[in-house]
Design a protein around this ligand. Structure first.
Ligand code: ZN
Length: 226
């Protein structure tokens, strides 16, 4: 039974995806990434417009989320879901909580906001790379952090192909995505607060193993009777 959802939010390049990838390896744990549940034609539209990078309309979000929640609530193996970079607005928080109330009323929702100083965050955006071969993104805009080979920082450690920066990390797009997070964050935090959900602030400058350990405390599993 799905017992818990943890929203992992924060501005671009604080490490949300690395962290959810790491925690997603825990048995019974799944990771929700919105774009993996959005029709490719809609992704392609958001990719073509710099002002809309990563922005998906609320109806599409509602359909994607409802389908996902119905699936994991009944698959008999998912106990916890990590939401990578979701919700992105107060409206999306209310959407999420509304869907859970109907489809998984016993699911506990928690939220963690990763916090990092500006310099470190920009430095992380500059060095992170993706692999177009290992991650076959429908909009040709891969997101998952790639591991470089030991001998060459620009070669993929898995397939040997050339690594690339993320498209959305180009300075203008990174600035636009950061500005959107800053704009949406107050409404997002307020919507969680209105639902009685405390948003935990997590210092993202630490080693990923420490971060994962802290975040795993938020995940309710069958081994911790409520
Ligand atoms: Zn690769």
């Amino acid at each position: 039974m799905m017992e818990c959802m943890v929203a992992v939010i924060g501005p671009p390049a604080v490490g949300k995806t690395s962290l959810t990838m790491r925690l997603g390896e825990t048995p019974g744990c799944s990771v929700f990434r919105l774009r993996e549940h959005v029709p490719p034609v809609i992704l392609a539209a958001t990719a073509a417009d710099p002002d809309r990078v990563d922005w998906v309309d609320d109806l599409t979000v509602a359909l994607a989320l409802r389908g996902y929640v119905e699936r994991v609530a009944t698959d008999g193996k998912t106990q916890a879901v990590l939401l990578d970079n979701f919700p992105g607005s107060g409206t999306q928080v209310r959407l999420l909580l509304g869907i859970l109330r109907r489809r998984a009323p016993r699911c506990i929702v928690r939220a963690a906001e990763l916090v990092l100083d500006e310099r470190t965050r920009r430095a992380r955006a500059r060095v992170r790379r993706v692999c177009h071969t290992c991650e076959d993104d429908p909009a040709h805009d891969p997101r998952l952090p790639a591991v470089a080979s030991n001998s060459d920082a620009w070669k993929c450690g898995r397939c040997g192909g050339t690594l690339h920066p993320r498209r959305g990390d180009a300075p203008r797009l990174l600035a636009a995505r950061t500005a959107r997070f800053r704009q949406e964050a107050p409404g997002l935090r307020q919507a969680f607060a209105d639902a009685g959900i405390n948003v935990l602030h997590v210092d993202a400058s630490r080693d990923i193993a420490d971060l994962a350990a802290e975040l795993s405390m938020l995940i309710v599993t069958g081994s911790h009777p409520a």
